[in-house]
Design a protein. Sequence first.
Lengths: 322, 233
Amino acid sequence: MINVEVVYWLVGILFLAWGFLIARDVAHPKRWGSSSFWGLLGLCFFYGTWVQAGTAPGWVLGIAVLVLVLLASTGLLRDGKPGTSGPAEREASAAKFGNKLFIPALTLPAVTVILVLLAPVLKVGNVPLLDPKNTTLVALAIGAVAAVVVALMLLKPKHPLTPVFESRRIIESIGWAALLPQMLSTLGILFTKAGVGTAVGTLASGMLPKGSLIAGVLVYCIGMFVFTVLMGNGFAAFPIMTAAIGWPVLVQTFHGNPPVVFAIGMLAGFCGTLCTPMAANFNLVPPALLEMKNKYGVISAQIGTAIPLLGVNVVLMYFLAF
Amino acid sequence: MLVLVGVLLVIIGFAIRLNPLIVVTVAGIVTALLGGMNPLQILDAFGTGFSSSRSVTIFVAVLPLVGIIEYFGLQEKAKLLIAKLARLTAGRVLLGYMVIRQVTAAVGLNSIGGHPQTVRPLVYPMAEGAALRRYGHVPEAVKEKIKAQSAAVDNIGLFFGEDVFVAVGSILLITTFVDTTYHLHLEPLQLAIWAIPTAIAALLIHGFRLLRFDKALDRDYAKATVETVGAEN
């Protein structure tokens, strides 16, 4: 059986490989800080396997996480901007391969979806081939590997490790932001342990008429929207509103279908992202980039879509989840 | 109620633009302390939270694929595709780009677009070029509107496209959180499927607004012409 931990090891190997490439790059502006960051992150992905299994202490990983945060926030992590194909080369190759360039890209979702659909019948003896607890993730990893193989056969790069070199270029340009979603998820789990969601739930239940489903849906969706506006992203809002309303009221009391409630709840939060200056990358950087006079101009252009869409999410959740 | 201080710290920290990783970490530590945990328990909570959240970073597994096709000119090919929209009106250029952005994000190619990559060099000039062709001149106020709309289509297309793809942070954050906290077992694909109705609604709502944007431009220019003619008389 292909376990989900194998997938995390694949990710860990990638981080280690990037750390290794950076360590060998003498021209890198922060060679050792950056290679330690990606290398340590890679090791965390391996060590996590035993933390999850309960056979290794979690606090060791906790310390490693704090070190990662320190490396990232003290300027020791930088983008080495490794070389890649030039603009002329890329244009020539885009003309040469044309739409074939999309074939490897489409291989990924195609293989993923096919494997997920076939998973129940893919068995060796009586053992399922793909980890039944994490079918999608395992299928995705296989899809990603298959797509790289297709790309190598189709595009025939000079160096077979081109995918690794090029992905290093991308991860370095993403930088510390690559770690943020996982840290926000960690924060959500921590918040819930400390009772933040319960506290918000107590506050919200004051304004929630007992036994009203539509009120619950409204408070969950609008709460996701408001917390996202305040905190700048739905990732931080989701654990709070879900512990407050989504789980206890919508799923436990009203027996809503969990994937529908949670997927649409997150999208209600995305409507908030369209309306908030806290989401600077999306809403404040573009006006600067486009030399706009009104730095809130992008937000004003988006509000007219965000608000009706929030309404649509409320309606969709009410009718699809219950 | 004291634990809500952590939420406040996140809001303040993000608002004054501290490094978000530091903000998140400090907010977590403070909240845990207020919640009565000791330092070892806090480190432990960070470690176990981090290891059970590893799936959120799975997007990294897709980077070698994106890297190699970018090396061979994926973005240049996408630009050629977008450039085919050039003969349309401003609103339709923007709508065409939004469709491309949303569909590619839904199959995991969210690096195809972006404000520095496509909006500034391509989408905005094309939309403005369309207005110039139609009306002969583009006053500053109209430029400002077109710029805002160009940035907006990228955001809306991306947000409501990427959630249909399974390896995206928001989907995996949901599965990680509810699986860890409530011992459910949700598949990312189940969530991605339920993102489709909202994706369609986003396209319809914003598409409708973009078509109206063309009409609003027509009206603005008609009014401006009447006013200029009136002034000349």
